[in-house]
Write a protein that binds this ligand. Structure first.
Ligand code: GUN
Length: 290
């Protein structure tokens, strides 16, 4: 079994981006600038945005965090999105999800200018991805493709089972793995909560990508010997032995599943850092396109 080291690959990507940013600055242009809108005080979202800001600093990007209270109205948030769309000093921005219940997330995503949609969530970005056109690709699936590429994992003709059908991960992941690219060219099945014979299906997977949001859902009896297993799940579980009071648990029962895998990611240091690196790649792309 080999661990797919997302920290290592993400660091390589950050170094590549840093070199490009140095060249941009040397040519007299301003650095790429990412803005993040953070609504409320959700601990996980705060953490994610703090990491994004730190990543920007490391590669020489500018970053701006816009904090809004969880009482913000939908109209106020839409006004902020319009302001960011029009701001020439910002190349791309994200609105950190989830949003409070009284705000329609789709309405917010629809309002983001596709040219600045570095999350790749807008209908234009998703449509272009489906058509195989250049676009911003959602960071988590893009990061997984980078990980597979950098470890030279063979995907052509393989059966890839994607557990989960979210707009952000499962669905774009399935599109990317089925495209005529390398990595890609896999035969893809999307499985979800209503899928019958899930265990048998998973056992037929050469590559199993798990984004189902249920802790330790995939157990060793569901995994074929030699499979590649990618765990997207990351759930905070209370743990009084930890300084911060919680630990992160993935969607895969790592300790038992790892024995059967050729390659596997761990809940930390796997997909997460690759997602963050992909956001930096998208922000650089947004800057270059302007
Ligand atoms: N919440 C969890 N993951 C993401 C992400 O990639 N982008 C945004 N905007 N919100 C998220």
């Amino acid at each position: 079994m080999q661990l797919l080291d997302g920290n290592l690959c993400a660091e390589q990507i950050r170094q590549e981006i840093t070199q490009k940013v140095d060249a941009i600055k040397a040519s007299g242009q301003r650095a790429p600038h990412l803005a993040a809108v953070l609504v409320g005080n959700d601990g996980a979202s705060e953490n994610y945005v703090a990491f994004k800001v730190k990543d920007c600093a490391q590669v020489g990007f500018e970053s701006t965090t816009i904090r809004l209270p969880d009482t913000v109205t939908e109209d106020e948030l839409l006004a902020k999105v319009a302001e960011l769309n029009a701001d020439d000093g910002i190349d791309g921005f994200i609105v950190q999800l989830p949003l409070p219940k009284h705000i329609d997330e789709n309405k917010i995503i629809l309002a983001i200018d596709a040219k600045k949609d570095v999350d790749g969530f807008s209908p234009v970005s998703v449509g272009k991805l489906n058509l195989g056109l250049p676009t911003f690709i959602s960071a988590t699936p893009n990061g997984i493709m980078e990980l597979l590429a950098r470890y030279k994992i063979e995907t052509e003709g393989k059966h890839c089972v994607v557990l989960g059908r979210s707009n952000i991960v499962g669905t774009p992941m399935a599109v990317l793995m089925s495209r005529n690219t390398n990595p890609g060219n896999a035969t893809v099945t999307i499985a979800h909560s209503r899928t019958k014979n899930l265990k048998e299906l998973c056992l037929s997977a050469d590559i199993l990508i798990v984004a189902i949001g249920k802790t330790e859902f995939v157990t060793a009896d569901m995994v074929k010997q030699g499979a590649v297993v990618i765990d997207v799940g990351q759930t905070r579980v209370p743990d009084t032995t930890k300084k911060n009071g919680f630990r992160n648990v993935g969607d895969v029962d790592f300790d038992n599943v790892k024995e059967k895998c050729s390659y596997i990611t761990y809940v930390t240091g796997g997909v997460g850092p690759m997602t963050r690196a992909s956001l930096l790649q998208n922000t650089l792309k947004a800057h270059q396109a302007r």
